[in-house]
Design a binder for this molecule. Structure first.
Ligand code: ZN
Length: 409
């Protein structure tokens, strides 16, 4: 289907333009375009932008989280659940199966720790996985029995525990935010989840460093070098000072490939060391988890938490992302968080900076509204100035993905 969008403005300040879409791309931009066979839609003078790209998300996790019990307030929330199987997220405690059995003895329960690193299963849930393979992430007691704690074994649970969450509802939510593309950062994910959005998988490029069990220097060097030999830039999960310094030391030896990324960069003591790299950050965390960070993070790390402005000043590329379901999904809330955070106020960046990051594609290239560009677009119900002053998802009015009108309000 082809479209003629009447009366929009562009980010460069031009206004009163019409934009024609056909064959999944922008075919014409100009004032007063002649009427054709296309369906016409009124842009109302709002700004037309490329659709947003969330550079780090976990789609299956985000879809499943929509249907999960929220245990951020404690495990007591489990006892009120009525479903035949209980999936819960956001737990702030690490408990074994006996504790979970006392809360819910009769049905399978699995609870995710808020770090995302740990699943805790009760005895009925463990029984469904029997025989449990002998893997390093399967914690066992002195008698060799599983304790119910499974570390970094999402892939084991992914195939065995339906429902996988409602991807359709997640796709609608992403579209309503103006998100037309995402990069799924789930390690080892090989099948792109079916969504209206363009989905890029980090897959094998994602190297997860387990902070309780870091790889040795040689092992990490060999893994990164092997990916680089295949021409694949790496995406290394670094949420502690130690894992970051290890990664930087290895990259210093093997060299960097354009597109190499640090995921999170949760603690960066010296931004200068990251020059030439890309950091995919989550400004939403510093607002959503502010109180917990204040209470729990090492005071020495606190000033270096989720940097943004100091990285840019050191010539490090920074891209924003949600890391949903662990962080808030709404990119407009993420823009507000980055611009107004009070944990590390020296790391604030203008809304425009974060927006520009969301406007880069999966290969980190800037995108613009131009003839020939993909028709992955959004129209806001206001000029750009308003959106930068008061970034809000409610401003998103029209969204096209690959030339298809995906959202209209
Ligand atoms: Zn992640």
């Amino acid at each position: 289907m082809s479209w003629l969008i009447r009366d929009v403005s562009l980010a460069d300040g031009r206004a009163g333009l019409d934009v024609r879409l056909g064959g999944g791309v922008i075919t014409e931009i100009g004032p007063g375009l002649r009427t054709g066979a296309e369906t016409e839609v009124d842009g109302g003078g709002g700004v037309l932008l490329p659709g947003l790209h969330d550079h780090h998300i976990h789609l299956h996790g985000a879809a499943a989280a929509r249907e999960s019990i929220d245990c951020t307030g404690g495990l007591a929330a489990l006892t009120g659940a009525s479903s035949a199987r209980i999936r819960a997220v956001g737990a702030g405690v690490s408990v074994d199966r006996h504790t979970l059995d006392r809360l819910v003895p009769d049905r399978p329960v699995r609870v995710q720790h808020r770090s995302g690193a740990l699943w805790m299963l009760n005895t009925p849930a463990l029984a469904e996985l029997a025989p449990l393979p002998h893997l390093p992430g399967v914690e066992r007691d002195a008698a060799g029995e599983p304790t119910g704690r499974l570390w970094r074994l999402d892939y084991l649970l992914r195939g065995t525990w339906p429902p996988r969450g409602d991807l359709t509802a997640l796709g609608r939510e992403l579209t309503a935010f103006g998100i037309t593309g995402v990069t799924d950062a789930t390690p080892g994910l090989t099948e792109p989840p079916a969504l209206p959005q363009r989905v890029t998988l980090l897959g094998a490029r994602k190297l997860l460093l387990h902070d309780h069990d870091l790889p040795g220097y040689d092992e990490l060097r060999d893994r990164i070098a092997a990916l680089h030999r295949r021409g694949l830039p790496v995406a290394v999960h670094c949420v502690t000072r130690v894992s970051l310094l290890l990664t930087l030391a290895v990259l210093d030896e093997v060299g960097m490939l354009p597109g190499d990324r640090i995921e999170h960069g949760a603690v960066v003591p010296d931004p200068e060391l990251l020059r030439g790299l890309t950091v995919v950050t989550q400004p939403g965390f510093v607002v959503a988890h502010r109180e917990r960070y204040r209470a729990e993070v090492d005071p020495e790390d606190l000033p270096h938490l989720y940097p943004y402005a100091t990285l840019l000043a050191a010539d490090v590329a920074v891209l924003p992302s949600s890391d949903a379901p662990y962080g808030p999904l709404d990119p407009w809330a993420i823009m507000r968080a980055a611009a107004s955070r009070d944990l590390g106020p020296h790391e604030r960046v203008p809304v425009r900076t974060v927006l520009d990051g969301f406007l880069r594609d999966a290969c980190l290239r800037p995108r613009a509204v131009a003839v020939g560009a993909p028709a992955d677009l959004l129209v806001l119900a206001a000029p750009l100035r308003t959106a930068l002053d008061t970034p809000d998802a409610a401003l998103v009015r029209l969204v096209w993905i690959d030339g298809q009108l995906a959202s209209h309000r």
